[in-house]
Design a protein around this ligand. Structure first.
Ligand SMILES: [Mg+2]
Length: 248
């Protein structure tokens, strides 16, 4: 009598079914609770590039023209050639103080940055999206701009209060690009796993492919809407909608 019921029961099948259901539940739970941190690139993602462009292409040439006593256009062409020679592959390229030293300029680079702070302009949807997301997640910045630029951009735009951490690959990691090791170092520092973070930025390689490779859910922000993948968005509002679906 006692063993009767068990004769028809394939215990192995049953265990395998339970394991599958359990794994499904864990996967589901993981999807729901996984994301703790949302990371943003800064320039061309949250804030328009006007500030950096004005500093490099207008402010610095103006100072150079004044101190070397040449006209603005000549100064600008000379500087563009100099920028090209160093190239954005070298860390000095990003470093405003380096250029002041290299050209032996007497002006203060800090003053130059301050003089252009009025052109700092976030995208129209930036603040509303950050305001809502920062109630649910820790928000951070991962940028390759130097800290001097990031600080003034966040301060002047009033966006600083939404972020718990700001990381600069050039200032903190001494690398010109946001390589995988940089993202991993940030996860270590924040004591989170890569799959607990979402990153968004406008550089397909360094804001999308690189973080994606190490397990960070990544979104490519392409404001020109030329590429419409599942993880491509054309503005931050669309990004917010997309991630709300990820965690339902
Ligand atoms: Mg960018």
């Amino acid at each position: 009598m006692q063993g009767k019921g068990f004769e028809h029961l394939d215990v192995r099948e049953d265990v395998s079914l339970y394991l599958r259901v359990y794994k499904g539940l864990v996967d589901f739970m993981t999807t729901v609770i996984m994301i703790k941190t949302i990371s943003f690139d800064l320039d061309d993602t949250l804030i328009k590039r006007t500030f950096a462009d004005s500093v490099w292409l207008e402010g610095l040439p103006k100072i150079y023209a004044e101190e070397k006593n040449i006209d603005f256009e000549e100064a600008k062409q000379h500087l563009l050639k100099e920028y090209d020679e160093i190239t954005d592959k070298r860390i000095e390229w990003y470093d405003i103080s380096y250029w002041f030293t290299r050209f032996n300029l007497k002006h203060s680079w800090k003053k130059l940055l301050k003089n252009y702070k009025h052109v700092i302009e976030p995208y129209p949807e930036t603040e509303d999206v950050l305001k809502r997301l920062h109630e649910k997640y820790d928000l951070i910045i991962i940028s390759n701009a130097k800290k001097e630029f990031i600080d003034i951009e966040l301060e002047e735009s009033g966006l600083k209060k939404y972020f718990t951490h700001v990381f600069s690959s050039t200032s903190d990691f001494h690398k010109v690009k946001k390589i995988a090791e940089f993202y991993l170092m940030i996860c270590d520092k924040l004591k989170i796993k890569p799959n607990e973070m979402i990153h968004i930025g406008d550089h397909e390689e360094f804001d999308y492919n690189t973080p994606k490779k190490i397990g960070i859910t990544s979104f490519y922000l392409n404001r020109n809407k030329t590429n419409k993948g599942k993880f491509t968005v054309s503005n931050l509002k669309e990004f917010e909608e997309r991630i709300s679906k990820l965690s339902v």
